[in-house]
Design a protein around this ligand. Structure first.
Ligand SMILES: [Zn+2]
Length: 299
C-alpha cells in the first residue's frame, strides 16, 4: 500500500467484512504489499463460478508441488471476458494443465480424473474449455502464444472428452454429482465463489510459489483447497493482499477469515486453507527440484 490513507481504508474494509478486530485488521492492512487495481470481478453466472471453482480444485490436486516458474495453478494471468474467463498459461505447464483438466477414465486409478463434462473447442493457439451441460467456459492461451497440445491417452486411460462430445458419459455423471453434493461439508456458494476467485487472482496467489518456482497445493475433499509454502510473502501478507482484492466480498462475516496463528489461516470456514512454514523447506535444492519437475513434464 502506498499511503497510510490506503492502509486505513483497507483496514476498515477488512474490519467490516470479517470478524477481526480493528487492531488485527490494521496489522494485516499494513502488510499488504501488492494491489493490482480493483477487486476481483466475479462471474455473474453461477455455472461459470462453479466451473472455475472445479478447475481450480482439480488443478490444485493435480499439480500439488509440481509447478514451474512460480505459477501455482499453471496460470499467469486471468481476465474476465464476455464469454467467461480468459487464462494465460505458463508455457512450460500448459500441456500438463490440459492433461489434468480434460476428463478421462483411468483404469489404474479406478475412476474419472479431471473435470467431468469438460469439453474442447478451438485449436492451435487458443483452446476453449467448455462445460457440456451449461454455457460456462474458459479460454486458454500460452504466454509464448505457441500452439496448445491436447493430451493423448496414456496406458489404461479412456479419453472421455473425446468419446462423448455432446454430453456426459455415464462415468462422468456420478463424478459431476459429487461436485454439486458435498454431503453438507461445505457451503457450495461460498466454495464456488472463493475457489473461482483464487483462479482469478494469479498475481496474488503466485507470490507464494515465486521464491522457489513452486509451492504446494492440495485438497482433502470437494469443499477445500490448501496452499502451503515457505519463503516469500508471510501468511498475513497473503491474506491482506487477497482481502484487498475482494476475496471476502459478499461472504458471511463470521466465515470470511479465521487467523489460527501467524502462519495459518482459513478463508470461508476452511474452504481455502493457508499454511506457511516457519523455515525454508528447499534451501539450495530448489533449482534441482525445478529441473526434476521440468523433466517430468517433458517425458
Ligand atoms: Zn523456502
Amino acid at each position: 500500500m502506498s499511503s497510510s490513507r490506503n492502509t486505513n481504508r483497507l483496514a476498515k474494509k477488512i474490519r467490516n467484512q470479517t470478524s477481526l478486530t480493528l487492531s488485527t485488521a490494521s496489522r494485516l492492512a499494513r502488510q499488504a504489499n501488492v494491489y493490482l487495481g480493483s477487486s476481483v470481478t466475479d462471474a455473474t453466472d453461477p455455472h461459470q463460478r462453479r466451473l472455475e471453482a472445479h478447475l481450480a480444485h482439480v488443478l490444485a490436486s493435480g499439480f500439488k508441488d509440481r509447478q514451474l516458474n512460480g505459477a501455482l495453478l499453471g496460470v499467469r494471468e486471468a481476465k474476465p471476458d464476455a464469454q467467461g474467463l480468459h487464462l494465460t498459461l505458463e508455457s512450460e505447464m500448459a500441456d500438463e494443465f490440459l492433461r489434468e483438466l480434460l476428463p478421462r477414465f483411468d483404469h489404474f486409478y479406478g475412476g474419472v480424473r479431471g473435470v467431468p463434462g469438460l469439453r474442447v473447442r478451438g485449436s492451435n493457439e487458443r483452446v476453449v474449455l467448455h462445460d457440456a451441460l451449461s454455457a460456462a467456459q474458459v479460454t486458454v492461451t500460452r504466454t509464448d502464444h505457441s500452439r496448445m497440445r491436447l493430451p493423448s491417452a496414456r496406458d489404461g486411460e479412456v479419453l472421455l472428452w473425446q468419446r462423448a462430445p455432446g454430453g456426459l458419459s455415464r462415468e462422468e455423471g456420478q463424478e459431476a454429482e459429487e461436485w454439486v453434493d458435498s454431503g453438507g461439508s461445505a457451503d457450495l456458494r461460498v466454495r464456488d465463489l472463493l475457489l473461482s476467485r483464487i483462479l482469478r487472482c494469479p498475481g496474488v496467489v503466485n507470490r507464494t510459489a515465486e521464491p522457489h518456482g513452486f509451492a504446494n497445493c492440495y485438497t482433502h475433499h470437494s469443499g477445500d483447497l490448501v496452499i502451503e509454502w515457505c519463503c516469500g510473502d508471510t501468511m498475513e501478507t497473503l491474506c491482506a493482499n487477497l482481502l484487498a482484492h475482494g476475496i471476502a466480498d459478499g461472504l458471511p462475516r463470521r466465515q470470511a477469515i479465521e487467523l489460527l496463528s501467524r502462519h495459518s489461516a482459513h478463508l470461508g470456514d476452511r474452504t481455502v486453507i493457508l499454511n506457511r512454514h516457519n523455515s525454508c523447506l528447499c534451501g539450495r535444492g530448489a533449482a534441482e527440484i525445478a529441473e526434476y519437475i521440468r523433466k517430468g513434464y517433458e517425458s
